[in-house]
Design a protein around this ligand. Sequence first.
Ligand code: C2E
Ligand code: CA
Ligand code: CA
Ligand code: CA
Length: 279
Amino acid sequence: AKNLGKNRYEIFSSSMRSQVLALSQLENDLRRAIDRQEFQLFYQPIVSLDTQNLVGLEALVRWHHPERGLILPSEFVPMAEEAGLIIPLGGWVLAQACRQMQLWQQHYSLATDLQLNVNISSRQFSQPNFVNDIHAVLEDTNLPCHRLKLEITEGVLMDHASDVADKLDAIKTLGIKLGIDDFGTGYSSLNYLNAFPVDTLKIDRSFVGRMSSEEGFEIVRTIVNLAHNLHMDVVAEGVELEEQAEELTQMNCEYAQGYLFSEPTDTVGMEDFLLNYCN
Ligand code: C2E
Ligand code: CA
Ligand code: CA
Ligand code: CA
């Protein structure tokens, strides 16, 4: 029994070792991926539930690994955060998305100004020059401040760093919009929600997916009402079914995003979408 135990230990440790090696290899690859232009942005429409109008696009990053093919952000964004690589990657995402958005706004005669939503990780937000860096990208790309909405998570608001409130105020003063992403999955301290100048609350898709149950329905309705009481508008994420869209409309949820309207697509796919939309 002793021997067996030892063997088991060795098997375990060697498979762990190869896992760790694979991870550090991926991290090395990630380090080079920006220079090698292996990242690509996909965009997903956000629509008004009331008018069905397109109101904005969320930029979502993809990685084309030379050997492994397409890698989704759930597999590399956490690693990029840990390694600090989210700083250059996030900078690339922001500049690329702002540039693309300006091109589209000029090319398609869109009746309204489309909002550009960009995900910001807490590590990015906590950079001392965060607000200045964002402002510099907006100036470079000529995207007006009010067109950009930063999607941050509840964790950013809960951070005890003393400059969080100052940064949020500076963002607000510039006219840049703020949204809370994945609402309900994080710490969810309502005190924090009320204390900061947040424009939009995004209901996590795990809640939207449970709307068919009575409890799930009530939870979503409660979140929508909470947001409205705090003078925020609401985006429901992960809307896949007509029924969900109808129920959300009845709850006065303003906006929705999900496969029902469109999956995230590359710029070519997005251009088809915009062409159809403009006609
Ligand atoms: P998120 O910000 O909550 O983005 C929404 C995710 O839900 C996207 O996954 C999108 O493809 C997916 N989605 C949208 N509609 C539906 C639907 O109807 N059904 C289902 N099942 N899924 C839907 P994606 O693109 O894989 O991104 C995953 C996460 O990675 C994002 O979640 C975000 O947290 C992070 N991420 C993506 N791009 C960036 C980025 O540029 N910077 C940072 N910091 N994080 C990013
Ligand atoms: Ca998001
Ligand atoms: Ca989200
Ligand atoms: Ca989410």
